[in-house]
Design a protein around this ligand. Structure first.
Ligand code: FCA
Length: 334
């Protein structure tokens, strides 16, 4: 048929990565279940860890895993086609754009694929979260509160006066979980006594380190009067970018307290010989986000056991002194 050649070509150039668990199996013929795991930013350590734990689950339970990076809508839709053509039975997805939710659901339905969304919840045509699609994500506001409280505690520990201190809030408001995290951090700081009028948003154009570096640099230029910065953001990359912006303007690490979220994308920062302004992070649970989601999907496909519609996870504060032990305890490092 006329569409078959371009489709095959597309599948080939997408270069999808057949993960572990495929040994001894030949596609659908082996009788093994095949499941996909699609992520929006495969270059982020967070998503690599989700994949790692999904692979561990695949090995343990004996199913095949297909990992696909899909940074935009076109890639997501062709990834779903790709999975269907490999006779996969379902997929877990962190979508690059939550507003693709209705299109993803309809495409999956047409192809007979089950799906679970992870990290970033789908938004429906009415602008509200699609609560009928099984979702596992973080308790975003609470984790934000944890960040805000930890920023306040560290500021007090360092004996910083409020005068001359401000908060750089690296925002990415188009994503609900991101907005709730930064709102949560600001709320906790306000409740502790930090003046709201010195919490400045630094909106990211792209949700990555360069996007946050640009956003942070603009804010620092606008506020030359600030002597000490507290920094919060959506995730480690957001805080990292803003910390790099403070370094670019010769702020000393002692005058910067940055606290991230993920705890997985800041390890190289904590490993540096001398401390930077990236002070701490809330370590999330990539094992649950990667391993539990794919296992839930597997049980659903294999035994008809429906996953819960909404699961929320928590986090643990880590810093330079504790990260090694906590990562080990959490099974993230060996
Ligand atoms: C979002 C962020 C990721 C991670 C995840 C749990 O998808 O972009 O960095 O924090 O939520």
């Amino acid at each position: 048929m006329f569409w078959a050649a371009p489709l095959l070509l597309l599948v080939a150039i997408m270069g999808c990565d057949r993960g572990s668990g495929s040994s001894g199996s030949s596609g659908s013929g082996g009788g093994r279940v095949k499941l996909g795991f699609i992520v929006k930013q495969p270059e982020e350590p967070w998503f690599q860890l989700e994949w790692k734990f999904a692979e561990q689950a695949a090995q343990k339970d004996g199913f095949d895993l297909v990992k696909i990076g899909a940074p935009d809508g076109d890639k997501v839709l062709s990834a779903i086609d790709n999975l269907a053509s490999q006779q996969a039975k379902g997929f877990v997805i962190c979508t690059p754009d939550t507003r693709l939710g209705p299109a993803i659901v309809s495409q999956a339905r047409q192809r007979g694929l089950k799906l679970i969304s992870v990290d970033d919840q789908f938004i429906g045509t009415d602008g509200k979260p699609m609560t009928d699609v099984p979702y596992l994500g973080i308790s975003a506001r609470k984790i934000g509160n944890q960040v805000g409280q930890a920023l306040w505690d560290e500021m007090k520990k360092r004996g910083w006066p409020l005068e001359g201190t401000a908060v750089c809030v690296v925002t990415f408001d188009e994503l609900d979980t991101a907005r709730e995290r930064t709102e949560g951090a600001s709320e906790a700081l306000a409740a502790a006594g930090f003046p709201r009028d010195r919490m400045y948003p630094a909106p990211q154009k792209t949700s990555d380190v360069p996007g946050a570096l640009d956003a942070g640099a603009v804010l620092l230029t606008q506020h030359p009067e600030v002597k000490r910065w507290l920094i919060c953001g959506t995730n480690d990359s957001a805080v990292m970018g803003a910390v790099r912006a403070t370094e670019g303007r010769q702020f000393r690490p002692e005058d910067v307290i940055g606290i991230g979220i993920n705890g997985t994308d800041c390890i190289s920062e904590f490993e540096k010989a001398t401390p930077t302004g990236f002070f701490a992070s809330v370590l999330l649970t990539p094992k649950k986000h990667g391993g539990d989601t794919i296992e839930m999907l597997y049980r659903w496909v294999k035994d008809g056991q429906e996953p819960p519609k909404d699961t929320r996870t928590t986090g643990i504060l880590i810093d330079r002194s504790s990260f090694r032990q906590v990562l080990r305890e959490q099974g993230i490092t060996g």
